[in-house]
Design a protein around this ligand. Structure first.
Ligand SMILES: [Zn+2]
Length: 255
């Protein structure tokens, strides 16, 4: 796996672009909040990104997850297993059941094979295999958000429920700096897409397409001007414009 690209997009907000998926580090004082964590094969890249920002893995105050897909949780068993202190991993209560392995909502290898003729699929699926993306990773210790909320965490992130891509998908708003971490609800690119700019992933990647579209309504009502997606580059602009562009482009141009 290659070296990650780290960009400080607002004070203390670091956007990390791995080979095929992004994650975010919210730094404040001597601790960080990590949002999403890449594929199993990204564990060194996650460590490297923390190092570039000036932190060690044992300084992670908590890990927040947008959704339980392998490209967003894959590195966590190795990453967190390697630190002496216990680091909590939080998700929505629905998504906790997903990462506990109680059910699965992920495109299967068969779905991918059926689409291998599509633009970018072959190269992307080879990357998934190399990055450990065919493993089934569960996070038995993951917990629902604490009842007092997350404002005590570095960056003061606020969960925004956005079911659709998965049943318990959550975006994270960082109100202090107008940043929204959109996971896979709204992306700006993907190896399997020819489109640029705000867009939706292909239908096969979403558990519920209709709900994914409705989640755009939730996002566009938020006050944020920096969009950090799970896939593709950062986008600066109003969420209303980003959502409109995504609706117009459709599911990775599949219509
Ligand atoms: Zn993803």
């Amino acid at each position: 796996m290659g070296a990650p690209t780290v960009t400080e997009v607002a004070k203390g907000v670091h956007f990390v672009e791995g080979d095929a998926v992004n994650w975010v580090v919210l730094a404040d004082g001597d601790a960080v909040t990590l949002i999403d964590a890449g594929y199993p094969g990204d564990v060194d890249a996650v460590r490297q990104s923390l190092d570039l920002i000036g932190y060690r893995p044992d300084q992670i105050a908590a890990v927040l997850i947008t959704h339980g897909h392998i490209d967003h949780i894959g590195s966590l068993p190795a990453l967190l297993g390697g630190v002496p202190n216990h680091i909590p991993v939080y998700l929505s209560s629905t998504e906790v059941r997903h990462v506990h392995g109680e059910y699965r909502e992920q495109a299967t290898p068969l779905d991918v094979v059926r689409n291998v003729h599509r633009h970018g699929f072959f190269g992307w699926s080879m990357h998934v295999v190399r990055a450990g993306g065919t493993k089934h990773v569960t996070l038995p210790d993951a917990m629902p958000f604490p009842s007092g909320g997350l404002l005590g965490l570095p960056g003061r992130p606020v969960p925004v429920p956005t079911p659709g891509h998965t049943s318990g998908h959550t975006c994270y708003l960082v109100p202090d700096v107008g940043v929204i971490v959109t996971g896979d609800t709204l992306v700006t690119g993907h190896p399997t897409s020819r489109l640029e700019g705000p867009q939706l992933l292909l239908p096969l990647f979403h558990h519920d397409q209709q709900q994914t579209l409705e989640a755009l309504d939730t996002l566009e009502a938020l006050d944020a001007e920096i969009l950090l997606p799970g896939h593709g580059p950062m986008y600066r602009g109003s969420l209303r414009d980003a959502a409109a562009r995504a609706r117009e482009q459709g599911f990775a141009g599949s219509h």
